[in-house]
Design a protein around this ligand. Structure first.
Ligand SMILES: [Zn+2]
Ligand SMILES: [Zn+2]
Length: 343
């Protein structure tokens, strides 16, 4: 079968013909992948930017952690799933033994591994995963839409970390797929207004408009402070950052109200220098969000089942796995929003 692999610690990915997975072991299943998204972290692994050295001991490795498909084969002892079941996968695999894992918080396990970054993932027709990583889909949900569940759960987690109350003014910085999802989910939670800001990014801001977001700001055309005052009429209650650009943290803090919360959800390659005295006097809360949590999955799948028309706007390209590198180049050059590969 065809698989898209990271083979060595350098720029690039390789499409290779590999043998299908061996029979699943106890507690494992084989998933036939229907659709798998290209994520920002996949692009980083492709470009081999700093921060992905942790992958080196696991190479060669099939990437892909945003996928949905059907159960193809069950390993011994697997209950609660049947061949043919439509599923998506929470790619975070915990050790199963530590206090975090036993409390249902595998995202906090210090031994956690990510399917598609530490072990073979979904850029192939078949992938072996632990059965307890699979989440059954609502009946009738399109598998290509279901592959959006992982990035949306990352967004839902960021919204949960921000603790949004109805009527809160929320600013989301960065209109990539994660930022688009965060803004849409914040709006579902009653935030009003929700402002989504990007820089010189018509393609993705227009996508936000098609998803039903009302306040899209291009910072090439309007200063952030001016846009916030024009739309909200006051500093915002919450800022969620999904850019990975350190400047956006300072920008976000500058328009956040006293005792407001700023959630950092981007991955930053530079350190943050901050006037801590000023932050303390303004009682601004700096939090971080990464990965997702168990309760996010059923909520996001419910949104996908009911609002697939809006959320599906994020998928700008459907490509066969054989055209994966073309998809990576589109995403890398910001000419795509979400590229969906179909193995
Ligand atoms: Zn991802
Ligand atoms: Zn653990």
């Amino acid at each position: 079968m065809l698989a898209l692999k990271k083979t060595d610690a350098a720029f690039g990915l390789h499409l290779q013909d590999v043998p299908p997975p061996a029979e699943p072991g106890p507690g494992e299943v084989i998933v036939e992948v229907a659709a798998v998204g290209v994520c920002g972290s996949d692009i980083h692994a492709y470009e081999w930017t700093a921060g992905y050295e942790f992958m080196v001991p696991h190479l060669p490795l099939t990437l892909g952690h945003e996928f949905a498909g059907r159960i193809a084969r069950l390993g011994p002892g697997v209950t609660g799933l049947a061949e043919g079941d439509p599923i998506t996968v929470w790619p975070t695999v915990g050790c199963g033994a530590c206090r975090a894992c036993r409390s249902g918080r595998r995202q906090d396990c210090q031994e956690r591994r990510i399917i598609g970054l530490h072990r073979d993932g979904g850029y192939a027709r078949e992938v072996t995963v632990p059965a307890d990583s699979c989440i059954r889909l609502p009946d009738g949900l399109d598998l290509r839409l279901a592959a959006l569940a992982e990035p949306l759960c990352v967004g839902q987690n960021a919204v949960d970390v921000a603790v949004i109350e109805p009527g809160d003014a929320v600013l989301v910085l960065g209109p990539g797929p994660i930022g688009l999802g965060i803004a849409w989910l914040a709006q579902q939670q009653g935030a009003d207004p929700v402002i989504l800001a990007g820089y010189d990014d018509t393609l993705r801001l227009d996508c936000g408009r098609r998803m039903g977001l009302q306040h899209l700001v291009d910072l090439k055309e309007e200063k952030l402070g001016d846009a916030v005052m024009r739309i909200a009429g006051r500093p915002v209650d919450r800022v969620i950052e999904a850019t990975g650009a350190i400047r956006s943290i300072h920008d976000g803090l500058s328009v956040l109200r006293s005792s407001g919360v700023l959630v950092v959800a981007g991955i930053h390659s530079e350190p943050l220098q901050i006037d801590l005295t000023r932050l303390v006097r303004d009682k601004k809360q700096l939090r971080t969000a990464h990965d997702s949590h168990a309760a996010a999955w059923p909520r996001v799948l419910d949104h996908l089942a009911r609002h697939g028309d809006q959320l599906g706007q994020m998928i700008s390209h459907h490509l066969p796995l054989s055209a994966a590198l073309e998809g990576f180049e589109l995403a890398r050059r910001k000419r795509a929003i979400k590229v969906m590969l179909e193995p």
